[in-house]
Design a protein around this ligand. Structure first.
Ligand code: AHR
Length: 497
């Protein structure tokens, strides 16, 4: 690999280390909120979970959905808890008690050190509810909804800056799914009034639910035709799995993610050109992760219960490798991907797991996300990579080495994130550090395990965890390291004082 100080992709927007909490399964009830738990604080929030969320240093958390939001009446979750209705959530076939709503979530996010990325319902609702929720959350006072918020004990506005215009509106599974034309119109009109209430907010329009949607491409072009001048981002979602247990193929899936990102950028720029617009649209990759382990178990869950275990994927070592590669893909396009949310945060396809009444622990995927969030702040550098390659049934020319580097100019620190996709052997890694001759290695963190299917559980929470003994060395601008087979590596360098 060659790294050159002046070959820059872009400043990294910290919001690429965002996450997501949906009213789904045990994400909120049993994750965020469990009043009877031994660690619960005065608001019923689990302190043990908050501590783990803080370790992830996630700057923004998307809420309250997801599919859930497309049937959600936000007014159900405000005011005295005893008056809040129990509703059928048609998205996940559960009962929503509404004990947690927007105010409680804002409090929780503050305790976690994160901002809220608020999603509105464009499935069953529209322009009217859209303007009202912005007024309730962001208007200082002197109007019906802002004064209602004050009467609920929130004198100061929440000031949410980033809002999603619905969720996956192209998907037939979505409550109130829409054609691109229908969605484009309601999204544009909602965007207009939301910004009239609070001109400081930024908005995300729904792109396709994934690149395999039959309407992918056409959907983006149509909805952006309507919304381009009203919104700031278009969303992307993707989940990967290793259903046929073909690990080399699974680890190559980020080649598809790169293609997805590049395609959406191309469509945004096509609309920009067509409209002769001066504005460049950015991307919000606001759902990404591995999701497949729990698919079968979820089919057996009893409907219409409160907070049943749903989407509780137990992540393996190899899942952590793919999550590492997904982070690298996001950083590779740091020039256009400005927001990204690992989906999700607690219990539901999540880096953090809990038992009701019991402990909370870190899943395997917790680590690459935490490392990227902690050390991936600054400028993404464009690496030149020469690596041996392999072919799989779905991908050709897959480099064994997947890597990116981040320069933190304030701290004079350089961090290299690298995945060795080779499950058979180690990789001799050399990096020509041009312009970094006066940097030396601070630590080389490695996440690896003999068993690629190894997991962390309540009984064995530290089965898969990083070690700091990777052995990378830098001398006169030349870095050498052995990247163990199937490993996630974080090589941290700093300028010698
Ligand atoms: O994150 C789980 C679900 O995946 C979300 O509710 C939905 O937006 C997506 O299909």
């Amino acid at each position: 690999m060659i790294l050159e100080k002046d070959y820059r992709i872009s400043e990294i927007d910290p919001r690429v280390y965002g996450s997501f909490v949906e009213h789904l399964g045990r994400a909120v009830y049993g994750g965020v909120y469990e009043p009877g738990h031994p660690t619960a604080d005065e608001q019923g929030f689990r302190r043990d979970v908050l501590e783990l969320v803080k370790e992830l240093n996630t700057p923004i958390i998307r809420y309250p959905g997801g599919n859930f939001v497309s049937g959600y009446n936000w007014e159900d979750g405000i005011g005295p808890k005893e008056n809040r209705p129990r509703r059928l959530d048609l998205a996940w076939r559960t009962v929503e008690t509404n004990e947690v709503g927007v105010n409680e979530f804002a409090d929780w996010a503050k305790k976690a050190g994160s901002e809220v990325m608020m999603a509105i319902n464009l499935g069953t609702r529209g322009v009217d509810a859209a303007r009202n929720i912005v007024e309730y959350c962001n208007h200082p006072g002197g109007s019906y909804y802002s004064d209602l918020r004050k009467s609920h004990g929130y004198a100061e506005p929440h000031g949410f800056k980033l809002w999603c215009l619905g969720n996956e509106m192209d998907g037939p599974w979505q409550i109130g799914a829409k054609t691109a034309y229908e969605y484009g119109r309601v999204a544009a009109e909602s965007a207009k009034v939301m910004k009239w209430v609070d001109p400081s907010i930024e908005l995300v329009a729904c792109g396709s639910s994934n690149i395999a949607m039959p309407t992918f491409g056409e959907w983006e072009a149509t909805i952006l035709d309507h919304t381009y001048e009203h919104v700031d981002y278009v969303s992307l979602h993707t989940y990967y799995g290793n259903r046929d247990n073909d690990t080399p193929n699974f680890l190559a899936r980020t080649l598809g993610m790169d293609e997805f990102i590049n395609s959406v950028i191309a469509i945004c720029d096509y609309i920009k050109a067509k409209k002769r617009s001066k504005k460049t649209l950015h991307l919000s990759f606001d759902e990404w992760n591995v999701w497949f382990h729990s698919n079968e178990a979820d089919k057996k869950v009893e409907p219409w219960t409160v907070a049943p275990p749903l989407l509780e994927d137990v992540y393996t070592m190899e899942d952590a490798l793919l999550v590492g590669s997904m982070l690298i893909s996001l950083l590779r396009r740091a020039d256009r991907v400005k927001v990204a949310c690992i989906a999700q945060l607690i219990n539901v396809i999540a880096p953090i797991m809990t038992q009701n009444g019991g402990p909370a622990w870190r899943q395997t995927i917790f680590y690459p996300f935490m490392h990227a969030s902690l050390y991936g702040r600054g400028v993404a550098l464009l690496p030149v990579i020469k690596s041996d390659k392999y072919d799989t049934k779905e991908f050709t020319d897959v480099p064994y080495l997947d890597s990116i580097a981040v320069l933190n100019e304030e701290k004079d620190e350089l961090t290299i994130f690298a995945v060795n996709r080779n499950i058979e052997g180690g990789l001799d890694f050399t990096c020509d550090l041009r312009g970094f001759a006066d940097y030396s290695v601070v630590e080389h963190i490695v996440l690896a395990h003999e068993d690629l299917k190894a997991v962390n559980t309540a009984d064995n929470p530290n089965n898969v965890q990083p070690t700091a003994g990777g052995g990378a060395k830098a001398d006169a601008g030349k870095l050498t390291a052995l990247l163990p087979k199937a490993s996630w590596n974080v090589i941290r360098l700093a300028k010698r004082s």
